[in-house]
Design a protein around this ligand. Structure first.
Ligand code: SAM
Length: 408
């Protein structure tokens, strides 16, 4: 089966497995012809290197990304990884000094360094890789998202909103100081920045016509449920309460509720008694994370470090140092990501119009095990490209994408 042309030798799905051929539409321009049949690709690279090699690559219409959070940045305060323990045991120091759950990619010298790092890639993405008005979503961590936000803003993004995903399934990562006193709360929400690249002098309508950017896909993301009443005052909008007693018209809305900047899981929804109004997503299940990774066997070589091994060797290892399937520590749920990818999906150009809006290209910096890429393809993006520096994660992402998209 022929594989599509690959400028960098990355893997592509064969054309016959293209899931969205029907949506490619008449706006398919010769300028991007080389992309025909290409659905996804992962650049195994650091973001800075990827940006410096960007060249004349076609721009993207949006981003869905889960960047590092810099949850632990104590190296500066407590010395390097081999420094003697200055708190707790050497083991605990070592765990904390290497980032989130021992991940070296999440460790930064300081939060200022993290902010500078974010602003550098944000600026590079806007300058080289994104169309004006491109809508971009970035997950953050509750302790450090202010630095992510300032970094994005310093890099040139306009922060349009902050979404909140409220869930009841987190577990407290705390230790007991003295009986009854602990160091942390149970995590129950995650922030997601909704940003836009600068639109210059273009109006939203112009952006939409030229690039398919600037607007949110509200009708495509409505929360389907029972119909509900919408009241509008006959004499025009009077939003601040002095319209009491004035005439209004009530109509039944049936096409679903306007998506909100709050997303819940079942537990949070039940707590709030708001079953029908919001989009729901639970955390990723083990089976969702592992789909496509059935023959992945791992041995732990340090905190957060794993090497892939043969099943026979794995079977002989102690349970405390072995794992199967997906070992990425921050996998997001596909349901949540599909909703987000749909929200920022550009429209298909009108028949006969040739614009830069097609094919619709989603960029996923920091693609990890590929969850955002899978969701982007499932939501209908024509081309999805990831950037991930770690080989093991790129390998897992490749197999997860094939297993999930092949099933479409
Ligand atoms: C928070 S994780 C994203 C995980 C993703 N949500 C998933 O479901 O698999 C961030 C990812 O960014 C990668 N990363 C960190 N620094 C990077 C860099 N400078 N360039 C490219 N990738 C990087 C890490 O290896 C990690 O996989």
């Amino acid at each position: 089966m022929p594989y599509a042309f690959s400028p960098t030798g990355a893997r592509f799905l064969p054309m016959t497995r293209w899931p969205n051929v029907a949506t490619r539409g008449p706006g398919w321009t010769p300028e991007v012809e080389y992309n025909c049949g290409v659905t996804w690709k992962i650049h195994q690279s650091g973001i800075a290197e990827w940006l410096s090699d960007f060249g004349e690559h076609t721009r993207f219409h949006g981003i869905l990304s889960d960047p590092p959070y810099a949850l632990i940045s104590i190296q500066k305060r407590f010395g390097g990884t081999n420094a003697p323990a200055q708190m707790g045991s050497d083991g605990r120091y070592n765990r904390l000094s290497t980032g989130f759950m021992g991940q070296d990619w999440d460790g930064f010298e300081s939060l200022e360094h993290y902010q500078d790092w974010v602003s550098e890639w944000a600026e590079g993405l806007i300058e080289k890789a994104l169309y004006p008005g491109a809508i971009c979503l970035f997950f953050g961590g509750t302790r450090t998202f202010h630095h992510l936000g300032v970094g994005l803003e310093r890099g040139g993004f306009e922060i349009v909103d902050t979404l909140m995903w409220l869930h009841g399934q987190g577990f407290p990562k705390a230790h007991e100081v003295v009986p009854g006193y602990y160091t942390a709360l149970k995590p129950a929400w995650e922030p997601i920045y909704l940003c836009r690249t600068p639109r210059g002098k273009d109006t939203y309508r112009q952006l939409m016509r030229m690039y398919g950017t600037g607007g949110l896909n509200i009708d495509g993301s409505r929360i389907v449920g029972d119909s509900y009443a919408i009241n509008t005052f006959d004499e025009g909008a009077k939003p601040f309460g002095d319209a009491v007693g004035e005439a209004y018209t009530s109509r039944e809305e049936t096409k679903g509720r306007w998506p909100a900047n709050l997303i819940l899981d079942e537990e949070a929804g039940a707590m709030l008694g708001e079953k029908a109004r919001f989009f729901y997503s639970a955390k990723a299940s083990r089976s969702e994370k592992d789909k496509g990774l059935e023959d992945y066997y791992w041995m732990r070589t340090g905190h957060g470090d794993w090497i892939r091994i043969q099943e026979e060797r794995w079977a002989e290892l102690d349970k405390s140092i072995r794992a199967r399937g997906c070992i990425h520590p921050t996998v997001k749920p596909l349901g949540l990501l599909r909703h987000l990818a749909t929200l920022i999906l550009p429209p298909i150009p009108e028949t006969g119009k040739t614009t830069l809006a097609h094919p619709r290209r989603l960029l996923v910096p920091f693609s990890g095990s590929g969850s955002e890429m899978i969701a982007g393809l499932q939501a209908g993006w024509d081309i999805v490209e990831g950037i991930e520096m770690k080989e093991d994660y790129t390998m897992m992402a490749t197999d997860r994408i094939e297993a999930n998209i092949g099933a479409l």
